[in-house]
Design a protein. Structure first.
Length: 143
């Protein structure tokens, strides 16, 4: 949450440093509004994680939007590239479905694989949030 707060503080400090044109103030307010929205989304995710830790995780069957799972694969697959999605039942009579996604992107270095589901873990610390994601991985790999 430091990044949006830093952006908001910087914008407001500059806006208050000396008189500015109305358009400048409008731009600062629009940007501040966007950062507050980002912080709200982050706080909601953190509250969900805190509640699941406090109450224990209960699994509920639900439909999922695969575009969310595929977003990262699409984002980091060079063009031209290849993306494959497969799904199969985990076992005979099982209601569990296993989904596998593979792509021709750069992949995850072997040294990071054991940490990719750790909360707040980023393989590449230089990646900005503009590319998406909040490092709020689920407590265990999704099936």
């Amino acid at each position: 949450m430091r990044t949006p707060l830093t952006i908001i503080k910087g914008d407001l400090s500059l806006a208050l440093a000396r008189p500015r044109a109305a358009g400048y103030y409008h731009r600062v307010l629009v940007e501040t509004d966007e950062e507050v929205d980002q912080m709200n989304r982050l706080v909601e995710r953190l509250l969900t994680l805190a509640r699941s830790d406090a109450e224990g995780v209960t699994l509920h069957r639900q439909k999922i939007d695969l575009s969310v799972l595929l977003d990262n694969a699409i984002k980091y697959t060079p063009s031209p590239g290849r993306l494959r999605l497969s799904a199969h039942r985990a076992g005979h009579g099982s209601g569990e479905i296993r989904i596998a996604i593979s792509d021709s992107g750069p992949g995850i270095p072997a040294g990071h694989l054991s940490h990719i589901f750790d909360r707040f873990y980023r393989v590449d610390r230089a990646r900005s949030r503009e590319l998406g994601g909040a490092c709020l991985a689920s407590p265990s790999p999704a099936s």
